[in-house]
Design a protein around this ligand. Structure first.
Ligand SMILES: [Zn+2]
Ligand SMILES: [Zn+2]
Length: 284
């Protein structure tokens, strides 16, 4: 017993020594700075962002719409178990539910930009782990037959060489143990080159911009749609509409981050995001 215990601790010590050596070598060989805070990375990791920065990425927490996940700045009365926002009360969205891991602000914008323009797949894996945690916390909402990344238009995908939503969806599907279907949805109309779009323009541009691929089996499928950012919900809505028209039974959306109005964001030192305020007047 004693011998077994000491050999286990020896293995553990060796493992620790090995890890520290690896960390030291990594920081020597590649003295890369964290791509968010610029501090030198000291731990051996393929994610080019330091652990404290990853931990600090602001989570979307607080009272939310039970359907679309919209944050309620005015809170929710205790007796309301399934609060709905104004849009969901009017049944605006074609998806059945949506949730996001974080708030699309500063550090999160930087992290998503790394994913979007540099295809840093270890970061996609890290985000997929966070979405996996979110999905497994709500098995009733996220039980699905297939995982589908929101597609890029073929021209855009060719230019970029990859689809950032797929960098998250692929490891997420693997962790959930359900198939990834990258070919189920296609973007038939490209996004205009202009980066900044108004709320109205976003809705107009994506309406009818997606369709299911001819010959694909969608009937009665429960689909888990994955994207990087939820801005107005117009993209998830347009994809869901196409899937439901083709016969999908249920569509749930998961995004890494969500855009929230600036006036609900609580900031700490140097403008870092601390969270969202629940005592401000008004509703979204
Ligand atoms: Zn950092
Ligand atoms: Zn809602």
């Amino acid at each position: 017993m004693h011998r077994a215990g000491s050999s286990v601790s020896r293995v553990y010590r060796l493992h620790n020594l090995f890890r520290h050596t690896l960390d030291a070598l990594a920081s020597l060989a590649v003295p890369a700075p964290c791509r968010i805070c610029d501090e030198t990375l000291t731990a051996a990791s393929r994610v080019p962002v330091c652990q404290p920065c990853l931990e600090r990425l602001p989570r979307l927490q607080g009272p939310i719409c039970s359907r679309c996940g919209r944050f309620f700045p005015s809170g929710v009365p205790a007796e309301v178990t399934e609060p709905l926002c104004q849009l969901c009360r009017r049944d605006v969205y074609a998806f059945d539910c949506a949730r996001s891991f974080g708030i699309y602000e500063r550090e999160t914008v930087k992290a998503i930009t790394l994913l979007k323009y540099e295809a840093i797949s270890p970061l996609g894996n890290w985000f997929a782990d966070r979405l996996f945690e979110l999905a497994t916390r709500h098995p009733d909402l996220f039980a699905a037959d297939v995982v589908v990344p929101v597609p890029l238009h073929a021209t855009r995908q060719k230019e970029r060489g990859f689809n950032q939503a797929e960098l998250i969806a692929r490891p997420l599907a693997r962790r959930l143990g359900i198939p990834l279907r990258t070919w189920l949805l296609v973007r038939t109309r490209p996004r205009p080159e202009r980066l900044r779009l108004s709320r109205k323009e976003r809705w107009r541009i994506v309406r009818g911009a997606y369709s299911t691929r001819e010959g694909s089996q969608v009937d009665n499928l429960r689909v888990l749609l994955v994207d990087d950012v939820f801005t107005t919900g117009a993209t998830l809505d347009a994809c869901s509409r196409a899937l439901k028209q083709a016969g999908a039974a249920y569509v749930a959306g998961l995004t890494v981050a969500r855009v929230v109005p600036d006036w609900v964001v609580v900031r700490g030192p140097a403008g870092s995001v601390q969270g969202l305020a629940t005592d401000v007047r008004g509703s979204i």
